[in-house]
Design a protein around this ligand. Sequence first.
Ligand SMILES: [Zn+2]
Length: 313
Amino acid sequence: MFKLGNITCNVGEKYSGFWKIDNYNIPVTVIYGKNKGKTICISAGIHNCEYTSIQAAIDLANEFTPENINGILIILHTINYSGFFKRVSRIVPEDNKNLNRVFPGDENGTISEKIAFAFSKYLYPQLDFFIDVHGGDLFEEVMPFIYAPGIGEKEIIDFSHEVASNISLPIRVRSKASTGAYNSAAIQGIPALLIELGGNGNIKNENLIKYKKCLKEFLSYLEIIKYNSSEKIEQKEIIEAKYLESPCDGYWYPKFKAGDFIKKGDILGEIKDCFGNELYTFKAEFDGIILYQTISLAIPKDDPLVAYGKLDK
Ligand SMILES: [Zn+2]
């Protein structure tokens, strides 16, 4: 029998309901396949406004049954469920924290920290693989890419990258972060990935189709489902990425688009004040590609401006 907090699910069953952490409810579907296989978690909505990823998770939860999967598939539909209905971007409204920056969490902390702790203590140890699905916030545009962990035991890192390279996304970024949900899983010894696809608070049908295709390629590689993807792409790895943050509150004028190639010295964007006076100019430190960027005119201090990665020749 599979057990996660208040949830139980037996072989051949499908459960949909809420995983209760303290008095917080997270919508979840557990599908316990009739045939043996790995235990996998697809987790959506840590960032509650990254809608394409959330819808992809819901669609897959509806599509799969104990008859058409092997092993156990846990799908978290929207982790920041309170933030989702408030339409606040990125933070859990109860404690104003970005859940993806508080892992591995704290049993006695705020609600975000308690959720992270419950993942680390009760969810991750049961998993063979964890995949966190994201896709650009309300005011962000991203190019489709995949993050794979850079911190952890070598075999966990290597296997995460091996799985990532079988998903048809053009760029794989080696992360140096440790406090994200998937980074923390990898540090704990669970292979893990994060997909970025979507953005701007909308769901484009082509993006949703692509998202589900990527997740099916992932599940197929781990032998949870049978899925033949005809697409073979050459995936490039980015080892060095630059994450620019705003030094002040200001008005933001990006010069490129997500997915654009840039040259060392290119102006990536400018920050001006409310009177149009130039405050900061940001130049690329190396040749590379724009992974994601903020596209709203408003930019608060310390918020992400642009992330770009170095491409090897
Ligand atoms: Zn996100």
